[in-house]
Design a protein around this ligand. Structure first.
Ligand code: GLA
Length: 399
């Protein structure tokens, strides 16, 4: 896969990475041996909140992400710093923190604990993180960092892990160490998307496929509400639990079902009465979103971007009304985006409760779009929105 060409082709990204290397040398000294890595963020276009219910998802890695500079050191110590966050950490690899401490370093520490679970004899490392992805905005900054650090350390230490190994370490770090009950979509999107394609990931059997896109017809814009909800993590975990409870009740009536994704609309209609209000709403979203995601894939494969976009917009309505993870600012941005000529569809991306919307649009419809969205948002909420146009990237790569 020509992932390296993505960086070479997107000159600003390569320049930003070189600049990151300069900052690394300023902080850690100019000794040779430092290596530079880029790990993408992602937008999710279809399959909203389906990954932990075993459904199909359609995310895409973007040309914004995490920059990682690494240089091995020979004393089995690990030093972590970031250009984006306060607070450095230096620890011996043999005495890594055993519990998360509610700081950004929890994510890389969780990953390193998993990489070293069998006591690998590695030398230690100085690491500087940075990047051009908004943090906590629903663009998977945490999976970008976790898959990226696994990739960068395996390469720098010569321990030779595969992308699957990086994904496993990233998942363990986030779930078991940091304690977020996240699904598998984000690390797979970061690890496996190919440039110029949307990833198709079936979260039940982890099979993947790549659906190419024609960027003139389907280009990606992202608009940030600027809202970060402190309660988002607990509300996310609550949705995971509600889906698990809905499945536990419905599976009695669908003996072949292995996860909520396998429950069909007839079973839900006949037995939904046994569910609480929240469980029934979540299950209705999941059952319909599974169908919409298959429909969206078929539409994309025949070049029907209008239907693909309509599926995205229907997903947003369902996230708002049934999954109840939207906020008025996200709804406003989606509605304003949809009123622009050349926009195919729009929806919140990521877990919701704030963060960003993702918009699928014709490339030639871009001029004026940011002003259209920004001025309406400012009138409605008295705050600004950052609108950016993203390209489709591939997985983690070394410069
Ligand atoms: C977050 C989680 C993902 C996924 C999305 C919603 O990004 O980390 O696993 O559940 O929300 O689709």
């Amino acid at each position: 896969m020509p992932a390296r060409d993505v960086l070479n082709g997107v000159e600003p990204l390569a320049d930003l990475l070189r600049d990151h290397g300069r900052r690394f040398r300023e902080r850690f000294g100019a000794r040779p041996g430092a290596r530079l890595f880029f790990s993408p963020g992602r937008v999710n276009l279809m399959g909203a909140h389906l990954d932990y219910s075993g459904g199909p998802v359609m995310p895409m890695a973007v040309d914004r992400g995490t920059f990682i500079a690494v240089r091995p050191r020979d004393d089995r110590r690990l030093r972590l710093e970031s250009t984006l966050e306060e607070g450095a950490l230096e620890v011996p690899l043999d005495a890594l923190p055993e519990r998360a401490e509610d700081r950004w370093t929890d994510y890389p520490i969780g990953v390193v604990r998993h990489l070293l679970r069998d006591g690998a004899a590695v030398p230690g490392a100085d690491v500087l993180f940075g990047g051009n992805l908004p943090i906590g905005a629903g663009l998977s900054s945490s999976a970008s960092m976790c898959v990226g650090i696994a990739f960068a350390l395996q390469a720098s230490w010569g321990t030779g892990g595969t992308i699957d190994d990086c994904i496993e370490s990233a998942l363990w770090g986030e779930r078991e160490f940091v304690g977020v009950h996240c699904g598998i979509m984000d690390p797979f999107a970061v690890g496996y998307t190919r440039p110029g394609s949307i990833l198709w990931l079936d979260c039940k059997d982890r099979s993947i496929d790549h659906v190419p896109i024609e960027v003139d017809e389907l280009s990606i814009a992202v608009a940030d509400t600027g809202i970060r909800r402190g309660l988002a993590q607990s509300a996310f975990n609550e949705r995971v639990d509600e889906c698990a409870r809905a499945f536990a009740k419905l599976r009695r009536h669908a003996p072949a079902a292995e996860c909520l994704r396998d429950v069909d609309a007839e079973v839900l209609a006949a037995h939904g009465g046994a569910l609480s209000r929240a469980e029934a709403f979540r299950a209705r979203h999941v059952v319909a979103e599974v169908q919409r995601t298959f429909e969206a894939r078929r539409a994309l494969e025949r070049g029907d971007v209008a239907t693909f976009g309509a599926c995205m917009s229907a997903a947003h309505a369902s996230l708002r009304d049934l999954y109840e993870v939207s906020v008025p600012e996200l709804d406003h941005l989606v509605e304003t985006a949809l009123s622009w000529e050349g926009v195919h569809g729009a929806r919140l991306t990521g877990a919701g409760f704030g963060g960003c919307i993702v918009v699928a649009m014709r490339k030639d419809a871009r001029p004026g779009f940011a002003v259209h969205l920004g001025s309406a948002y400012e009138r409605a909420f008295g705050r600004s929105t950052a609108v950016e146009f993203f390209g489709a990237a591939g997985g983690p790569v070394e410069l």
